[in-house]
Ligand binder design. Sequence first.
Ligand code: DON
Length: 599
Amino acid sequence: MRSLRSLVALVLVGSFACRDATAPDHSSGTAQAPIPSVSAEAAAPKGRAMPSGAAEAPRVALGIHGAVSSQEENATDVGLAILKKGGSAVDAAIAVGFALAVTHPSAGNIGGGGFMVIRTSDGKAFALDYREMAPAAASRDMYLDKKGNPTRGSLDGPKAAGIPGTVRGFAAAHEEFGKLPWKDLVAPAVALAKDGFALDEETAGDLARVTKKMRDLGYADTAKLFEKADGSALAKGDKLVQPELAKVLQTIADQGADAFYTGALAEKMATEVEKAGGIWKASDLSSYKAKWRDPIVFQYRGHEIVTMPPPSAGGVVLKQLLAMSQALQLDKQPWRGAEEVHLFSEAMRRAYADRNLLLGDPDFVKMPLEKLLDPAYATERTKNIDPAHATPSKDVSAGLPAKPESPQTTHYSVVDEAGNAVANTYTLNTGYGAKVAIAGTGVLLNNEMDDFATAPGKPNVFGLVQGEANKIEPNKRMLSSMTPTIVSKDGELRAVLGSPGGPTITTTVAQLTRALVDYQVPLDKAVPAFRAHHQWMPDEIITEQSIPNEVVAELEKKGHKVSRRERIGHANCIEVDPKTRGFRAVADTSRANGKAAAY
Ligand code: DON
């Protein structure tokens, strides 16, 4: 799937010395991914037949050539069009990512960052880290007031923004795996920004709320980007037109990712952020690199799982959760019954205690990864789980209460005809990030700095109580929960998974993996099923309204506190039907917008 262009360059120079900073990074001293190669198998379409079951637009789509599932209809359509044009799954993922930056501005972005997990049809796996980075002028206590208490500085306004990684990340993915020209992948987003697109009810409502908040924070110019000219709210069916963003995207389309990180546009962005009270320097942008990491790859009950390593905690926690599930023989418990939810909650409680205190950016902290990833350690951790009673979290470790999640990040999944697969989760952190755009660009700033332990030992916006491993340091990447994940069996792709939801991301992905592997529940049934989450502190199971009352009663009898939340996560996923090898794309439309498409 590697582009002919870079393959030719490789053959000519016989080394990677000439490849730019977006290529797998051999100089950083960090884990390195193997170099992708083209195989005959990768190029050859495999025989597939339509999966059984009905398509049910926009929630479920069936196909044999390719599939896309994302949180927004226009973006899904863009992805499918790229696949039909002969683009690779990575091409389509890049195009979907740029489109979401326009059509799903609460989380889609070019001013944020994320993670992409790729599995090529010949079974090779790759993990791309394009997480935001703390500016060089950042410091450990920059968000504390004089009394040492955390302020909202890590959440609202330009100072909350890390150096964005999305554009470099997409360019790095394209460099390695792109088939179509870069500009063709950005062009649909340019058109959506320039010509506008009709708002659906959910996005219109969301914009009405957030523009008020932007004004309250003093960012009226940003609010204006998402309102009518007279300052009134856009309604369902109205077009959102974003000319400034269109211009920036056009520059990226014409001049490549470099234009966003060096030169006039980068200088302008750094100057405007600083003028507005932030701490970006042009040198922060020019030094930003997307990094190829060694993916976490492991076996779970006959399936191979490929997932994201640090600076996301997602893969480490996912592996721990599945290893504990295996040790507890959870597959013997009926799916979504009280016993299964209880035992899985105990596993989650223990995994999150480790996550919050031990993990951080691998380029800055030494982590006991070998131990955390050892199945024997996971088995050991299950030894004090009582099947009849909840273990109080204070006996596992200490912590503080959580605050409600602001639900925004977005995950999408893509597969192409050859069976190449992409799981991509990216974000501005909370909805619309720092609630402010860089003047004159329409680019919303992330508020990802809050994912650091801004005040170690105190909870962040997701209630995560984290330690020194994740303290702020210049040029460091903040710990994440994002868990883009790909499952295969006997060398064949089985599923592409992921979700937004802060700390609930990893537990959502673990539950979907277990639905497929332990219970053979297809994704169109597994995705809408209620989810349960435990993150050690607060000491409670967070779940959804649709959990049956009798399951809650059983859990409470065992000593759990159970609190219901409107929704957990938004898992836009794809599975390969094990019988027909056809694609079943599923959008998580019972929780929010989305569209699955396949052909
Ligand atoms: O990287 C993380 O873990 C968070 N910034 C993700 C935020 C998120 O999922 C918000 N949405 N629900």
